[in-house]
Design a protein around this ligand. Structure first.
Ligand code: TRP
Length: 458
């Protein structure tokens, strides 16, 4: 495939919105609150924000550099910049991560469809907090329904992927993202005016530093990578469609700020309600699904609000699954010279198999575990906490070692036509701080640092 024949995103706004569309999704509204809840609240949030700023942002700019500089997919990009090297392993790690993330993400995305239906049929109203929790558990551990929704969600993603890059992705993101933002603000206001709301706010913003453990740090780093869609070539693939005029640094900053803002809004929407309705913050993946219906129940026209909210959430999830699917499809299509239709079909089939297994692993296959985790949790853990940070670390190593700083600077400043005030700071973080910090967090979690300390102190 020649470079000229590749699609590009249409407008400037389209670029930012499509990338925000990839970043903002279930990661912000479903995964972020449950990670905060499981990892002790504000202390986690603090580390999360530090990870976003000092690891996430530099990695994102670096992915943008690789993508637009090479104009290739996640694996091909490395072959283009460093032919005859082993660096394309970063891309393979990414393609594999795309499959694995979609394997559990599509299941949760399917849950949002069930909630849309429930909002329409009115079965989300007039229930107690305990009933909502029980009903969700019955649904999500079932067999047919969740699998059917997973299938439908994958089919939707598939249709958009086959219809081409520009039309599908751009159209979907342009309208839906701003709407989602507005409804989140409305829900925050409702949640903040519930009884006991202040307890939730204190949980979210008043850090207890004794809660910071190596596992909390690893979770926060994983969440930062997951939420920003970095570490696996997703943004390499997207930025390969950027035009030469796109301001990469500014786009990265805007995407990072918007993504973090949405996560914070989700936190402010969820935690006051969690405490108000006596739900356990540590409830895990079900947290959002058992908390939100209670909030809607407290609003007039609650079913309408919940319908609008879950439609927008499903669409936010869709713009994210599209970006993940595109990583795998662009790879299969360009590296194995297949038609788009065939490549996409292959990818969708693979995801469906993983999706079915991970959905069943919450119910009838609960007893089959890998390292003590259900298949669903295993996919989530391995991708967010290992593959993405590992990929991010390698991406930094790659650009730090293989790319001439002049070429890097030329690409990031559009051949000198825009300024990059913090280029040296960025380069320093990308080359040294980010990879070393990620490496240390890994070693720490694995207990290796403790072990070395023990040897030194003996
Ligand atoms: N960031 C998205 C979310 O928060 C999920 C996602 C899309 C993703 N593309 C990704 C996560 C690439 C990791 C890597 O919902």
């Amino acid at each position: 495939m020649t470079h000229e024949s590749r699609a590009t995103f249409g407008s400037k706004l389209g670029v930012v919105l499509a990338t925000v569309g990839s970043a903002v999704g279930l990661g912000n509204i479903w995964r972020f609150p449950y990670m905060v809840g499981e990892n002790g609240g504000a202390a986690f949030l603090l580390i999360y924000v530090l990870c976003i700023l000092f690891l996430g942002l530099p990695v994102m700019i670096t992915e943008f550099f690789i993508g637009r500089h090479s104009h290739r997919n996640a694996a091909g990009a490395f072959k283009e910049i460093a032919p005859d090297s082993k660096w394309s392993v970063i891309g393979y790690n990414g393609v594999l991560a795309a499959f694995m993330i979609l394997g559990f993400y599509s299941v949760v995305a399917g849950w949002t469809l069930e909630y849309i239906l429930q909002a329409v049929t009115g079965s989300l109203s007039n229930k107690s907090a305990a009933e909502f929790a029980n009903d969700f558990s019955v649904f999500s551990t079932g067999i047919i329904k969740p699998i059917l929704w997973t299938f439908i969600f994958i089919a939707l993603t598939h249709i958009i992927i086959v219809s081409g890059v520009k039309k599908g992705i751009e159209r979907a993101s342009k309208v839906m993202m701003p709407m989602l933002f507005i409804i989140l603000v409305i829900l925050c206001v409702r949640s903040l005016t519930l009884d006991n709301a202040e307890k939730g706010i204190s949980f979210l913003f008043n850090p207890d530093f004794s809660k910071i453990t190596s596992s909390v740090i690893l979770s926060a780093m994983g969440q930062a990578f997951f939420s920003l869609s970095i570490g696996m070539g997703c943004l390499i693939t997207y930025s390969s469609y950027f035009s030469k005029a796109t301001n990469l640094q500014r786009t990265a900053l805007e995407v990072t700020i918007l993504d973090t803002l949405v996560a914070l809004l989700a936190g402010v929407m969820i935690f006051p309600a969690v405490f108000s309705f006596n739900i356990q913050p540590t409830a895990g993946p079900e947290l959002v699904f058992i908390t939100l219906p209670n909030v809607f129940g407290q609003m007039s026209l609650g079913s309408l609000w919940s319908f609008i909210f879950f439609v927008l959430l499903a669409l936010a999830a869709l713009t994210s699954t599209i970006s993940l699917h595109e990583v795998a499809t662009a790879y299969v299509l360009e590296e194995h010279k297949m038609s788009r239709r065939k490549a996409a079909l292959l990818v969708s089939g693979g995801i469906l198999v993983l999706g079915i297994i991970s959905s069943l692993s919450l119910g009838i296959w609960k007893q089959y575990t890998i390292f003590g985790l259900t298949f669903f949790d295993f996919l989530d853990y391995v991708t967010a906490k290992i593959m993405l940070p590992f990929g991010g670390m390698l991406i930094c190593f790659f650009v730090g070692r293989r790319v001439d700083k002049k070429i890097l600077k030329a690409e990031l400043t559009n051949e000198g036509s825009i300024t990059f005030h913090f280029f040296n700071t960025y380069a320093f973080f990308m080359r040294y701080v980010a990879p070393i910090a990620i490496g240390l967090i890994f070693l720490n979690e694995l207990g290796i640092i403790k072990w070395i300390n023990g040897i030194i102190l003996q």
